[in-house]
Design a protein around this ligand. Structure first.
Ligand code: 3Y8
Ligand code: NAP
Length: 257
């Protein structure tokens, strides 16, 4: 009996959920799930209206490592795929520790990091503080497309203008005195991001090295506009097996390969 916990929140997670919904549910005739194979999709609950998934879905934290161990045991989870974002380091850390503790096999399904190409003007920094330090003291017009979690750190350089792109309308006033907010959900298109950055007279872009296509548009636009990009490198996560394609994940699920 296979019962998969799919830790989601990214394009890869949605891709896998769609594939499992097609191949792990019935043949359309019997109406019963294929004997012995189930999957549950998990969101953290960070956004107001997360995209619907074609699998049974749970939303919210598990309660740290102990909560996740308890969940794995209570729900009889036999496999975990960590398809969270490369910056969801806490979740990945908890999954690695909980699966080791509960003896449940785990793989990460993760896209490779972006690498600077011809014409890219990137400055690599190790974390958000490094990104703030890399910006001018004043006069810059910064495209902050990093979500809302770390916006307050940029208040250390209040004399720049910030364009924020958020998934939901902020509930509280922003910690930045000179900012404008765009509410939009990816994936984004390079031509639209180029037009957006031109209309806002952007001089700098701050990005997480998310990898994948969903957040790449602003990097393509920055290259076309010859704008500098402050690239935040990925946080450290514990050693675990990382698979890069849907086919590899399915081989692992179906044959343990
Ligand atoms: C809640 C689920 C899918 C997944 C789509 C991907 C692509 C579009 C691009 C920019 C960059 C950013 C942000 C981004 C992208 C995909 C993917 C991706 C970046 C949703 C989603 C959830 C989240 C959480 C959200 C964070 C924020 C990060 C916005 C759903 C839409 C900046 C990351 O306002 C907030 O609180 C936003 C929080 C975590 C980063 C942060 O730290 O603030 N993602 N994003 C998931 C959950 O609750 O478990 O609402 O439908 C998913 C997606 N966002 O199914 O197609 O795969 O990366 N998400 C970054 O990459 O830098 C936007 O604006 O250019
Ligand atoms: P995080 O900092 O690594 O996790 C913080 C806590 O949120 C975790 O300890 C866990 O709570 C809970 N959590 C995170 N992901 C979860 C999931 N998929 N299911 C259930 N609980 C989850 O995570 P984050 O960076 O805030 O990301 C939250 C979600 O947004 C993830 O699903 C991630 O894939 C998605 N996302 C994040 C980014 C990003 O830039 N960080 C970008 C795109 C999408 P407990 O400890 O209580 O279990």
């Amino acid at each position: 009996m296979t019962k998969l916990l799919l830790l989601g929140g990214t394009t890869e997670a949605s891709q896998l959920a769609g594939h499992l919904a097609e191949t792990w549910v019935d043949d359309g005739v019997s109406g019963d799930p294929v004997a012995g194979r189930q999957a549950v999709f998990s969101y953290a609950g960070r956004t107001a209206r997360p995209a619907a998934q074609p699998l049974p879905c749970r939303v919210g934290g598990f309660g740290g490592v102990p909560g996740l161990v308890e969940y794995l045991r209570r729900e009889g989870i036999s496999h975990v795929v960590d398809a969270t974002h490369p910056f969801a380091a806490q979740m990945s850390r908890n999954a690695a520790l909980a699966c080791a503790g509960a003896g449940v096999p785990l793989v990460a399904f993760e896209r490779p990091a972006w690498v600077a190409g011809e014409g890219d003007l990137w400055t690599h920094v190790g974390d958000m503080a490094g990104a703030v330090a890399a910006l001018p003291e004043a006069g810059a017009r910064v495209f902050l497309a990093i979500g809302k979690l770390h916006v307050a750190e940029f208040a250390a350089k209040p004399r720049n203008h910030y364009l924020l792109r958020l998934v939901d309308q902020p509930e509280a006033p922003l910690a930045l005195p000179d900012a404008s907010v765009l509410v939009a959900r990816g994936p984004f298109e390079a031509t639209e991001d180029e037009a957006l950055m031109c209309s806002h007279k952007i001089t700098h872009v701050v990005a997480k090295n998310a990898g994948g296509a969903g957040a790449e548009a602003k990097l393509v636009a920055a290259r076309r506009l010859a704008l500098p990009v402050v690239m935040i490198d990925r946080p450290q996560v514990p050693e675990r097996r990382v698979l890069g394609t849907l086919a590899e994940v399915m081989r692992w699920l179906d044959h343990g390969a």
